[in-house]
Design a protein around this ligand. Structure first.
Ligand SMILES: C[S@@+](CC[C@H](N)C(=O)[O-])C[C@H]1O[C@@H](n2cnc3c(N)ncnc32)[C@H](O)[C@@H]1O
Length: 288
């Protein structure tokens, strides 16, 4: 029974349903983990950590089918050259219990947190900072990869900022275009701090939205908002940011759902990411 927990099949534990783009999303992540881990292992890192701030249960079922797939936590845990440390957060206790059970046979250093990712991030960053400060002769700083995969706009900018304090912290971010579309009007009309203010970390998006409303051509709002988000990442030291096509879209209406944003402070990270995202799950080659 134990092995079933680590395989993409029914193991008797609950599994949430997701749409087909989830396969694309975790496939890009898997390739990045594999490319970077192969190249980074054997190098004198102090530690190599994988952080999944919105982890879920470890598996998902493709909507409308009985197909079970490994989700981001189990893909990261079962990769050929595992990380030295793992951190998982979900605000649903049951999700963490299931993930703990599914991963229990793996003799790896795992920490589980139940709570809001935007709060729990402080504890995790503190731990990673301590690991980075430990001077060990001949050792490099720690290598860290964080996957930020909320359902919608739950990822607050302060969380991205907190993680960016760590010297080497590659990020794969689920940027929810549909979440923005659904909430823009309501949030713009509100004078309180809204979910979009928290997502961008300030009110700069409001000016972009206001200007766009008066434009004769209504194209390009999401491009401008994405540029704004990317500029903010650049200000944190993320030199070269990538957001591959295709944009994840709904099967029914073909309406944009979200983009995956990759941010790294080092060129090698970008090289691995681009290699891993060259071809999508439909076999389409992206333009580089
Ligand atoms: C899209 S799912 C993650 C799927 C996962 N990456 C995978 O590949 O299987 C998002 C998860 O984030 C959790 N979540 C949503 N908002 C959260 C928050 N503010 N803090 C922590 N977890 C949250 C949800 O319970 C859900 O399990």
């Amino acid at each position: 029974m134990k092995n079933k927990y680590l395989l993409p099949e029914d193991d008797g534990l609950p599994t949430r349903e997701f749409g087909k783009w989830t396969i694309q999303k975790v496939e890009y992540l898997k390739k990045y983990i594999s490319q970077s881990a192969t190249s980074m292992r054997g190098k004198p890192w102090r530690q190599r950590s994988y952080i999944d701030m919105f982890s879920g249960t470890g598996k998902f079922e493709l909507k409308g089918t009985n197909d079970i797939h490994l989700g981001s936590p189990l893909l990261a845990l079962t990769t050929q050259h595992p990380f030295t440390h793992y951190y998982f957060v979900d605000y649903i206790e049951k999700n963490i219990d299931i993930l703990r059970e599914r991963s229990s046979s793996l003799p790896l250093q795992k920490k589980f947190y139940v709570g809001d990712a935007n709060e729990k991030v402080k504890e995790i960053v503190r731990e990673l900072q301590i690991a980075d400060k430990k001077f060990i002769s001949g050792k490099w700083p720690s290598f860290n990869l964080v996957f930020l995969d909320p359902d919608g706009l739950e990822l607050e900018w302060r969380t991205v900022e907190a993680l960016a304090q760590i010297k080497i912290m590659d990020m794969v971010i689920h940027y929810s275009q549909s979440g923005l579309t659904r909430n823009l009007d309501r949030c713009y009309a509100s004078t309180d701090e809204t979910i979009i203010d928290k997502f961008f970390g300030d009110e700069g998006w409001r000016q972009i939205y206001k200007t766009w409303q008066y434009k004769s051509s209504k194209k390009g709002l999401h491009r401008e908002l994405m540029d704004y988000y990317q500029d903010k990442l650049k200000a944190l030291g993320y030199v070269d940011i990538d957001s591959p096509e295709p944009l994840m879209k709904t099967a029914q209406t073909n309406a944009p759902l979200y983009r995956l944003v990759f941010a790294s402070k080092h060129k090698l990270g970008h090289k691995f990411w681009k290699q891993g995202t060259q071809v999508d799950i439909n076999g389409q080659r992206r333009l580089l």
